[in-house]
Design a protein around this ligand. Structure first.
Ligand SMILES: N[C@@H](CCC(=O)N[C@@H](CS)C(=O)NCC(=O)O)C(=O)O
Length: 202
């Protein structure tokens, strides 16, 4: 059975969320978000950088959240949660799917590193402050994009919402979802009310 290495509130939320949405059977391997678990010899054999998520499936190990989602969609999705390859909607879907990790998670990750994760003497307050500004700029872009839409690609919930929903979970935890972001807050509320999201963030 598919094994999912997961730590609470990390990017592995995306993998558990997708498995729950698609009803993919999986075995959860829960790790603490601490060097004792992530840097253990046993886990480094699964993920040489000691990060989450990772999966083991049919004898192979994968460890990039976006790649894992694409792989599981291809294997189990039967066309669900994504526009058809080659369709007009596919380009925007891929844009938002990858924006979530390749662009928006960069400053969000820096906020986490320089506000909470690194030991205090290794945090750079200017990096944290600049990253807050970058994240706010991206939230402003999402605010405009979501006007009149239930989901990032329109009326249908897709895996791009799972990728972005995790970013917004962290933004919410970091107090960045200010009241003026009406569309983003309504969107996040819609995502957070899904049973699969709740299971993945429990
Ligand atoms: N691009 C990777 C990033 C993985 C990543 O940085 N995961 C974080 C948790 S959200 C982690 O495990 N950090 C532990 C560390 O860097 O020591 C992905 O999307 O899977």
């Amino acid at each position: 059975m598919l094994k999912v290495y997961h730590a609470k509130n990390t990017r592995s939320v995306r993998v558990v969320w997708l498995c729950e949405e698609l009803g993919i059977p999986y075995e959860l391997k829960v790790l603490n978000f601490s060097p004792a678990d992530l840097q253990s010899a046993e886990y480094l054999a699964v993920h040489p950088l000691g990060k989450v998520p990772a999966i083991e499936d049919d004898g192979q190990v994968l460890n990039e959240s976006g790649a894992i989602l694409q792989y599981l969609l291809e294997k189990h999705g039967n066309g669900k949660l994504e526009p058809k390859p080659g369709s007009a909607a596919r380009g925007r879907y891929l844009h938002w799917f990858h924006f979530a990790e390749a662009t928006m998670m960069v400053p969000i990750g820096n906020i986490a590193q320089h506000s909470f994760i690194r030991p205090e003497d290794k945090r750079i307050p200017q990096v944290a402050a600049e990253s807050v500004e970058s994240t706010k700029k991206m939230l402003g872009i999402l605010e405009k994009e979501l006007a009149g839409k239930d989901y990032i690609c329109g009326s249908d919930f897709t895996a791009a919402d799972i990728m972005l929903g995790y970013d917004l979970l962290l933004c919410k935890m970091f107090g960045l979802l200010s009241d003026d972001l009406k569309n983003v807050n309504a969107y996040f509320g819609r995502l957070a009310s899904r049973p699969a999201f709740q299971k993945a963030t429990a």
